[in-house]
Design a protein. Sequence first.
Length: 328
Amino acid sequence: MPANLPQIYLDAEKRYREARTPEEKIAALEEMLAIIPKHKGTDKLQADLKHRISKHREQSQKKKGAAVSKSIYHIDREGAAQAIIIGPPNTGKSSLVESLTKASPEVAEFPHTTHKPTPGMALYEDIQFQLIDTPPISHEYMDPEMADMIRRGDIIIIMLDLKADLIGQYEDTLSLLASLRIFPEGTDIPDDVRRPCFPKKILVVVNKMDNEKDREDFAVFKELTGIKLPAVGISILQGNNIQEFLQALYTVSNIIRVYSKTPGKDPDMKEPFVIRKDSTLEDLAAKIHKDIAQKLKFARIWGKAVHDGQMVQRDYIMNDGDIVEIHL
Ligand SMILES: Nc1nc2c(ncn2[C@@H]2O[C@H](COP(=O)(O)OP(=O)(O)OP(=O)(O)O)[C@@H](O)[C@H]2O)c(=O)[nH]1
Ligand SMILES: [Mg+2]
């Protein structure tokens, strides 16, 4: 490897991580293989890239063979985090995906409009969240595959209707999640739950907060329930608090953005690396490539908590907005 990470390699690596299909992944990996200098020091990395290319080729072949058998509830995670929007009928789940993404799930005045999940990407500043619209849930029936999808997701958005029995909807949804052994992260699990549980990040979104009176009702809801979960009131129809919703989603997701830079050049401020809050420089390097984590000597950082170009070591805790120049 050269002393510093070539930016074009990082760009190709980014394309690899964001690629959706095996074909796109193969194309990005082939590019990475073409970029890295060929000498002893990069033997392992070259072998690893070749291994990954052949793995994706196999996948691509299998996919062509098996085709359509994949469940509609298996939606590959994309973007910074996958957020599953759940809730009772008619609360505005489809409206939210319809208004914030390019997807167009059906929206209608009557309940039980949605019968299958629909994903879409919602832009927040320079990152994207994957929002998944789902059919309404109730104690009477839930597709087991839908339960598994909720368990796999990074974040659950509980969507409620301010104009309905709001407290009832809230309590019902939490008890339904508890029956699936899904609990808000950081809360105590009841003693009688014997099988493994699924602690999840949860954001409560109360929709149809169209006017001042509705804002008061939302405040009353928060007071009466003493809600500890993060909760935001919005109106999709009026466009109220939509940015606040995205901001809350970002906060709940517990991630930060860092930007890469090559010495002597301007940083790439367009496509951040998204990493977990409290990640170290070493975690970031490992996310880029395990070889980079191994060879990492130090980094220079530009950011809020450091002076410009400050030299930091592996255990440095990254901050949101940090610009990082990795030295190997
Ligand atoms: N007043 C008001 N109505 C809204 C708002 N957002 C959505 N609606 C209406 O609520 C109704 C239901 O919206 P949907 O998005 O279909 O709700 P859903 O939760 O996907 O419904 P199901 O798929 O049946 O579970 C539609 O008539 C929407 O126009 C809002 O902010 N205020
Ligand atoms: Mg719907």
